[in-house]
Design a protein around this ligand. Structure first.
Ligand code: NAD
Length: 254
């Protein structure tokens, strides 16, 4: 199975580039920036170039689309990296007859809900930032390509991917590196019929997200942020999105 990872030089991408390796998989790494040598095929590609994306995904069975700006940023930058690039990935995947795209969405698409409100995959979106609006664009593109063109699409609403949780909010939203690898791994092995939305979160006892559908992919989160509760910063937050949901937030906490 040939799997293209976009954004492979990033925080999540570098963990998954190692973690998803298996003898029956060819992992093809790609990023705008240089990739370290030694973990198989690597391509330096700007996903805003449709022609280059076409070349990248040719022959792939699945694409793990992580590339983008993971934070609030000037809209022109978000437009290029999160909207234009994501459209290119889905359209090139369709043209190349890729079976499955796993898209790194974000829990910020529901960031304006209050802490403690239980949310599921079908909860109406409440984006907390322009960043989150661009991630919803990606979910909608996934929906379009699944329904109209028969592509399998998984949208993972990732919480806070960190080595360890850093503040009180992340005691609810943390996704550990080991659980992230397991989640993407199970999703790749179990593509959906059509499009699905799942929450990317560890087994945090404070989690706000109820996701029965996640059992269907065989994901059994192992880590609980609570183990770090004594060590984290005590932050006040009014909305699930934390700093992203504050008026005037311009990035820096992502
Ligand atoms: N880290 C988290 O906690 C978190 C939470 C929710 C969602 N996500 C999503 O997961 C994905 C990965 O997040 P991350 O934390 O690893 O981000 P990151 O910034 O560490 O990595 C993103 C990578 O995308 C690459 N990139 C940006 N624009 C590109 C372009 N035009 N062409 C090709 N590559 C490009 C960057 O060079 C970078 O290496 C993002 O899409 C983000 O929105 C992350």
């Amino acid at each position: 199975m040939r799997i293209v990872i976009t954004g492979a030089a990033g925080r999540l991408g570098s963990v998954l580039s190692d973690g998803l390796q298996r003898p029956d998989r060819d992992i093809v790494r790609s990023d705008l920036t240089a990739l370290p040598a030694g973990r198989g095929e690597a391509h330096r590609v700007d996903l805003t170039s449709y022609e280059d994306v076409t070349g990248l995904v040719a022959g792939a069975d699945a694409v793990v689309h992580l590339a983008g700006i993971p934070d609030e940023a000037p809209f022109g930058d978000l437009m290029a990296a999160n909207i234009w690039a994501t459209r290119n990935v889905f359209e090139a995947a369709r043209q190349a007859k890729v079976r499955h795209v796993v898209y790194a969405s974000s829990a910020h698409v529901v960031g304006m809900y209050r802490p403690g409100e239980e949310l599921g995959p079908a909860t109406p979106p409440a984006p907390d930032s322009m960043y989150a609006v661009t991630k919803l664009f990606g979910e909608n593109v996934a929906h379009l390509y699944a329904q109209k063109h028969g592509l399998a699409a998984t949208c993972l609403r990732i919480g806070s991917f960190r080595p360890t949780p850093e503040n009180a909010r992340q005691l609810a939203t943390w996704l550990s590196p080991a659980d992230a690898v397991q989640l993407f791994d199970r999703c790749l092995d179990n593509p959906p019929q059509g499009m699905r939305v799942l929450y990317g979160v560890s087994a945090n006892r404070r989690s706000w997200w109820v996701d029965d559908a996640i059992d269907s992919v065989g994901y059994a989160a192992a880590d609980d942020a609570e183990l770090f509760a004594a060590d984290v910063d005590v932050d006040e937050f009014e909305f699930q999105g934390g700093p992203f949901a504050q008026r005037g937030y311009r990035g820096g906490a992502g």
